[in-house]
Design a protein around this ligand. Structure first.
Ligand code: UDP
Length: 399
């Protein structure tokens, strides 16, 4: 404890000294702003808070044991807790219109003829088909929309699988289709971002082969305006392009420059190119955004804005250990302050970048995604109070 306290005080002194160094050496124009001067009480108080958050997080952190995808076990348990009295046929029937119904009978996979987003169903079925020999007879409803379906305070109640949710929903999270296919299609990934295995290999190599000191010391973001929570960073970039490069790209809903905050859309940038920058931003979109896991593999510091929207693996990622947490309603000043903090505390930034990389590289492999699906379906099926029977109208899904 004493040792940690001394380390904390050391970091504080270092941070304050470094802050002044950066100001003097770089002749950085931002330093002349009296509100954000490195010498100001306000900045030093903020820095102390960030450093305290960082050291406290480290003190209380115990790495997870990923044997049998153990890093994510608590999420399965959390999501199924509300159904611990059992899942009846009536409950499943009640919510059957909330998604696509799947059945596994005698190690064969069946589903409704209709799937709202065929590529997404394909992405899901890739995992189910491979796991069939290990799965019991079961049936479940999979929501392939972005948005979760079972609100805690209103509407229908029942077990619906969704890829993303907030704490306000009872949906059961499953690994998104985009781990295999059906992710957002942009010009660089016209068939959807998909194939996590391929992205992992490419980005992991880049993460490992790019020296920290070779990365550009600037914040970076590219993406469309799927949520206005992204606006303050884009506006900060327009004011201070040397501090951060954050620009809106087009998506399928784009109609005019109004949809890119009254500027023409920027060209899209590959994940690989993102890795050139030291500080990368992740924001929610309509629900959780798929980019979180990709940019963590750059071995850059990820600023994760907002903590409401989850995917199944998010709870295993810890603030100030694997990423820098940012309030969902952070304004330009808050973002600037945080960016300057990591710039002035390069060792802290590097440590977070490495931990974030290691967490995803070691614990979010394709085998972990399969493992999560299997664990989820086994635990879910154990709660069924009836034996599912094949619906004759269903189609069989084969490889
Ligand atoms: N994307 C990308 N380069 C770009 C724009 C987007 O790689 O220049 C990726 C982004 O990381 C995300 C997906 O495309 O995984 C869709 O991004 P967008 O911001 O349009 O929507 P989101 O899903 O984040 O709400």
């Amino acid at each position: 404890m004493k040792c940690n306290f001394l380390k904390f005080m050391f970091l504080i002194n270092l941070s304050i000294i470094r802050g002044s160094d950066v100001c003097l050496k770089n002749g950085n124009s931002n330093c002349s702003d009296p509100k954000v001067s490195k010498y100001s009480k306000e900045v030093n108080t903020k820095y102390l808070k960030y450093l305290k958050d960082f050291t406290t997080a480290k003190e209380s952190y115990t790495p997870c044991d990923n044997t049998k995808c153990g890093c994510y076990s608590s999420e399965v348990a959390n999501d199924l807790k509300v159904f611990n009295k059992g899942i009846s046929k009536q409950m499943v029937d009640n919510i059957k219109n909330k998604g696509t119904k799947y059945q596994i009978i005698n190690h064969r996979l069946y589903r409704d003829k209709n799937c709202m987003f065929p590529a997404r169903c394909d992405g899901i079925e890739h995992f189910l088909l491979k796991l069939l020999p290990k799965l019991p007879d079961t049936e479940f409803i999979i929501n392939t929309r972005d948005w979760p379906q079972i609100h805690k305070n209103y509407g229908l109640f029942g077990p619906v699988f969704s890829f993303s949710k907030t704490k306000d929903y009872h949906d059961i999270m499953y690994p998104a289709w985009a781990f295999w296919e059906g992710g957002p299609a942009i010009s660089l990934y016209p068939k959807g971002i998909g194939r996590w295995d391929a992205h992992r290999n490419r980005l992991g190599k880049i993460g490992n082969n790019t020296a920290w000191s070779d990365k550009i010391s600037k914040g970076f973001f590219r993406g469309s305006r799927t949520s206005s929570e992204r606006d303050p960073l884009v506006l900060l970039s327009r004011e201070k392009p040397n501090l951060v490069d954050a620009q809106y790209t087009k998506n399928q809903a784009w109609k005019s420059d109004a949809d890119t905050l009254h500027q023409p859309p920027a060209s899209e940038v590959s994940f690989e190119e993102h890795c050139k920058y030291k500080y990368l931003f992740n924001f929610r979109g309509v629900a959780a955004s798929f980019r979180f896991k990709h940019i963590l593999l750059c071995k850059s510091v990820v600023f994760h804005v907002g903590n409401e929207w989850l995917e199944f693996f998010y709870p295993a990622l810890k603030p100030w250990i694997h990423y820098v947490p940012v309030e969902a309603n952070a304004n330009k000043e808050n973002l600037e302050q945080l960016l300057k903090f990591v710039m002035d505390n390069d060792d802290v930034a590097k440590e977070i970048a490495h931990s974030g990389f290691n967490m995803i590289w070691n614990n979010l492999k394709m085998v972990d995604v399969f493992c999560y699906w299997r664990k989820l379906l086994k635990k879910y099926t154990a709660l069924l109070t009836y034996k599912p029977e094949l619906d004759e109208n269903f189609i069989e899904i084969k490889n």
